[in-house]
Design a protein. Structure first.
Length: 434
């Protein structure tokens, strides 16, 4: 969302006065609950409709209207909603960075009742506590995913005599050996994109560094950041041509089409390879993303949220609907729409037999269980460590593109890593002061 034209200052200004006059929508004697989601693929829409039909049958006072947004237009849609005093009742799949900005401006309804109704202890702790501010919940992690995986071709690694890498050194060696002809050793997002920023957070953590230290000081200008940038510069020659523009879609496509032997991604390659290139389906697998030998394993995720915007017309109904989305039948039905891509935030779901009662989930059960373990350990800029406070400036840092620009400075503009890290750190310092 770094290229959006709507600033947070403009967003907050648009929200002024919008909370006093919420609109209530009624249809055929029922109160309509407006539900926003970015997940609108055909299989997902079919699942939503089934889930909401069951909800409406159990709660005949309500009907549910699905409204779609994209990651690129969530801020304009929210701004327009606050300005027009016309807000949805429940919003899903917004990343933690955006939720932090909303919380910082007191634009979220309390979510404690929902979390407690679902069961506080059933959430994986990190996925629960990411939305706990000053002892109260402002949202819940509906489900999750981590891109801190390394997908790889078992057949190509076997032919090259290469074992799945555990460290950056091993990954670099593997990428070099796997780059042959029109096949490249590793695909990575080197563009000025959200995927590049996401992976930079992860690489810096894997190297043993932080973007913002627990005491609130800037940690970006560090030997760990320099090491991450130098590693990525070393990996660049083994990425497909055009990687300096790569984001989510390009990285995924390079692996699915067989152009790259290794690539980071969520679990989405399972379904996409099955649909678009099934001849390699038996040859793909995944491992936790390799880390710097001097660092430690680290995983990043978006914490796909569920929350009620302040000023929603039907807060009580929204809480009922939110709780229903966590019911086992509803929850698993939606997870099955993209097998392995989105993963449960509830421990009880992660261990249920029903979760794997789907062909691709069964086939890739070891890989999916691995990704669930990684996701349960994941973090992002909102809270980088156990000792870090909740960073309400995380969204501003992420959306400033400071991290992806730092990477481009090194790879495209050939700026020394130390100089690029110092420049990005100065940018982050200015954001923290604002």
């Amino acid at each position: 969302m770094s290229d959006l034209c709507v600033s947070r200052r403009g967003f907050v200004a648009a929200a002024v006065g919008a909370l006093a006059c919420p609109q209530i929508v009624r249809a055929q004697g029922r109160t309509t609950l407006r539900f926003w989601t970015s997940q609108g693929a055909p299989a997902q829409m079919a699942a939503w409709k089934d889930i909401f039909a069951r909800f409406e049958q159990a709660n005949p006072r309500f009907t549910v209207a699905i409204e779609l947004y994209s990651d690129d237009d969530i801020w304009p849609k929210l701004t327009a909603g606050f300005a027009a005093r016309n807000l949805p009742d429940l919003i899903s799949f917004v990343q933690a960075y955006t939720v932090a900005t909303l919380a910082n401006n007191d634009l979220l309804e309390p979510f404690d009742e929902v979390v407690k109704a679902v069961g506080e202890d059933d959430f994986f702790p990190g996925m629960r506590d990411i939305y706990k501010i000053d002892g109260r919940y402002v949202a819940a992690t509906l489900n999750n995913a981590t891109s801190s995986n390394l997908w790889y071709r078992k057949d190509l690694l076997g032919e090259a005599g290469v074992a799945p890498p555990k460290t950056w050194d091993e990954q670099l060696d593997a990428a070099r050996k796997l780059t042959k002809g029109d096949i490249y050793g590793n695909s990575l997002p080197y563009g000025r994109t959200s995927f590049a920023s996401t992976m930079m957070v992860n690489f810096i953590h894997q190297a043993g560094g932080m973007i913002v230290n627990p005491d609130g000081s800037v940690g970006l200008n560090s030997p760990a950041t320099v090491a991450a940038l130098e590693f990525l510069a070393d990996m660049f020659p083994f990425a497909p041509p055009g990687a300096t523009n790569y984001s989510w879609g390009e990285v995924l496509n390079s692996f699915v089409t067989g152009r790259a032997a290794m690539a980071p991604y969520t679990g989405r390659p399972i379904a996409i390879v099955a649909q678009q290139n099934p001849k390699i389906l038996d040859s793909i697998s995944v491992i936790p993303y390799p880390y710097r030998r001097e660092g430690h394993p680290a995983f990043d995720c978006p914490f796909n949220s569920l929350f009620i915007p302040k000023g929603a017309a039907n807060v009580g109904g929204a809480k009922l609907l939110a709780t229903a989305l966590f019911e086992k039948r509803n929850y698993i039905q939606f997870l099955h729409t993209t097998p392995g891509h989105i993963l449960p935030s509830l421990k009880s779901i992660s261990t249920s037999a029903e979760l794997f009662d789907q062909p691709l989930m069964q086939k890739f059960r070891p890989e999916i269980e691995l990704m669930m373990r990684s996701t349960a350990q994941a973090r992002n800029l909102v809270k980088e460590s156990d000792d870090s406070p909740y960073d309400l400036k995380a969204g501003d840092i992420f959306n400033s593109a400071a991290l992806s620009e730092m990477l481009q400075d090194v790879v495209v503009n050939k700026v020394p890593a130390k100089q690029a890290a110092a420049k990005a750190a100065d940018k982050v310092a200015e954001i923290l002061k604002a």
